[in-house]
Design a protein around this ligand. Sequence first.
Ligand SMILES: Cc1cc2nc3c(=O)[nH]c(=O)nc-3n(C[C@H](O)[C@H](O)[C@H](O)COP(=O)(O)OP(=O)(O)OC[C@H]3O[C@@H](n4cnc5c(N)ncnc54)[C@H](O)[C@@H]3O)c2cc1C
Length: 499
Amino acid sequence: MSEVRLPPSALPADTRRRFVELLGAEHVRTDRAARLAHAGGRSYLDLIRLRGGDASGAPDAVLTPAADEIPAVLAACVDTDTAVVPYGGGTSVVGGVSGADRGHAAVVALDLSRLNRLVALDEVAQTATFGAGMRGPDVERALAHRGYTLGHFPQSYRYSTLGGWVATRSAGQASTGYGRIDELVHALRCVTPTGELRLGRGPASAAGPDLLALVVGSEGALGVITEATLTVRRIPPQQRYEGWSLPDLPAGLRALREMAQRLGPGLAPDVCRLSDPDETRSTFLLSGSLPTRLVRGYLAARGRNPGCLAIFGWEGEPGQVAFRHRAATRVLRAHGGVSLGAAAGRSWLHGRFAAPNLRDTLLDHGLLVETLETAAGFGELPQLYARIRRSLRDSLGRVMVLSHVSHLYRGGASLYVTVLAARDPADPVGQWTAAKRAVTETILAAGGTLTHHHAVGTDHRDFLGAEIGTAGLSVLRGVKATLDPTGIMNPGTLLTPPS
Ligand SMILES: Cc1cc2nc3c(=O)[nH]c(=O)nc-3n(C[C@H](O)[C@H](O)[C@H](O)COP(=O)(O)OP(=O)(O)OC[C@H]3O[C@@H](n4cnc5c(N)ncnc54)[C@H](O)[C@@H]3O)c2cc1C
C-alpha cells in the first residue's frame, strides 16, 4: 500500500474544520488508509489503475455522517464548493465512485455505512424501510429475524448496499421472480442540496409523473438516498433449484421466451439463467468434480457437447412450487431440455457469489477480465449476441467470451458477458477503453440497452444521449440544475460535466 501514488488531500483546512464541527473528528478522515479504501469501485479499469499504483482518483476526505447530519453536510459542501460522492459498498463496475470530476475545490466520499438499520417493518403491507447503508447480508439477517426476505441477490450482495441498489437500479439473481429493485421500491427519502425529497405514497399513485422513479437510478448525481421502503415477502418455505441442458442457444432462447410469455409473471421460475456453449464448457471445466464429469459423460452420450447449461429456481409454498415446476418442465422438454437434477441447481446456489474471487487470481496472471451486460427483445437477442462476440474478437484478437441470458421479461431478457483476453502490459487501460467503446457502439446499434443493471457511472455517460436522446439529456440536466445548482453531487457520473 505504501507504493501507491496518492496525491496529498486537497481539502482546505477551514472546510475540514467545518466538517469536524458537524460530525466530530472521528467521522472526518483524511488519512491514507481511509482515502485508499474509497479510491475506486470494482471495474476492471478501477482495479488495474489501483494495481498499477495509481490512486489519483481517491477522495480528499471520507465523511461518515449519521442520517440526520446529511442535510447540514451537503449545505457545507455547497458553501465550500466540495464535490460529494455518495459511497455505499463501493462495488460499482462503471466508475460510479471513482471518476468524480475534479473541477471543484475538493472531493469527499460520503460513506453511508452508519445508515445501517432496519427502520421499520410493516407486516400488514409487507413492506420494510431500511437505512441506505445496509449491506445485503445485514438486510437479509434483519428481515430473517422476523420471518421475511427481500429476495434481492445481486452477485455483489455481500458488499453492496441497499442505497447503492436503489441508486443504480440493480437487478438480483432472482429478479425474474422477485422483481428488480425498481419494482420493489415504494418510497424513499433523498437529501439534495436544495432540500429533501420524500417520495412514494400508498401502493400505487397517479399523482403526476413518477418522481420516485427519477431518483431510483440517479447514481448520487441528484442527492443522497438515506432511506427506502421496499416490498418484502415471507421467507418461502420451499426452494427448488435445478440444472437443465438445452440442445443449443436458439432452443434455449425459445424455451425462455415461452416461459416469459406463456407462463408469465408468477408462474415462470424465479431464477432463470441460460449459459451459451462457451460458458457451459468453462463451467464444466472449472468444476472438475466427479458428479460434473458424470453429467458431461451423460450429455455426450446424448449427443450434447456441451449444449447449453441452464439453471432454474422456484421459491414459495410447496404446492405452488410443484405446480410451477411442472409447468416449466413441460416447456423445457418441448424444447429438447434434459434435466440435470437438483444437485446441479444446488451447486450453482452454493457458489453463486464466489465468481468474483476468481477474478483477482486471473488478474494476478496478467489477464484482462471484465464483464458487460445489456438487455433486448427476444427478436434482437440472437443478433445482439453474435455481434457482441464479433466486436470483442475484432478489438481484442484472441478472446474468451462467456455469455448467459437471465432476468426474463415478457418481451425479452438480459444478456451478460464475461470477457477474458491477454492483457496488454504496455497500455491495459487503453486496450480495454477502445474495446469497450467499440462493443458499446455495437450494442446500441443492435438494439440493446446501454445497461440493464450496472448503471451509467462515468464509463457509459458519453453514450447516454444515444439511449435517451438530446431532449432526454436536457430533462436530466434541468432536474440536476434544480436539485444540485452548483453541481457538487457526484460530478461526472451519469452526465458529462459541463465543459
Ligand atoms: C462482483 C460484482 C458483481 C455484481 N453483480 C451485480 C448484479 O448481479 N446485479 C447488479 O445490479 N449489479 C451488480 N454489480 C454492480 C454493483 O454491485 C451494483 O451497481 C450495486 O447496486 C452497487 O451498490 P453499492 O452499494 O456497492 O454502491 P456503490 O458502488 O457505492 O455506488 C454505486 C453508485 O450509486 C451511488 N450511490 C451509492 N449509494 C447511494 C445512496 N445512498 N444515495 C445516492 N447515491 C448512492 C454512488 O455514488 C455510485 O454512483 C456487481 C458488481 C460486482 C463488483
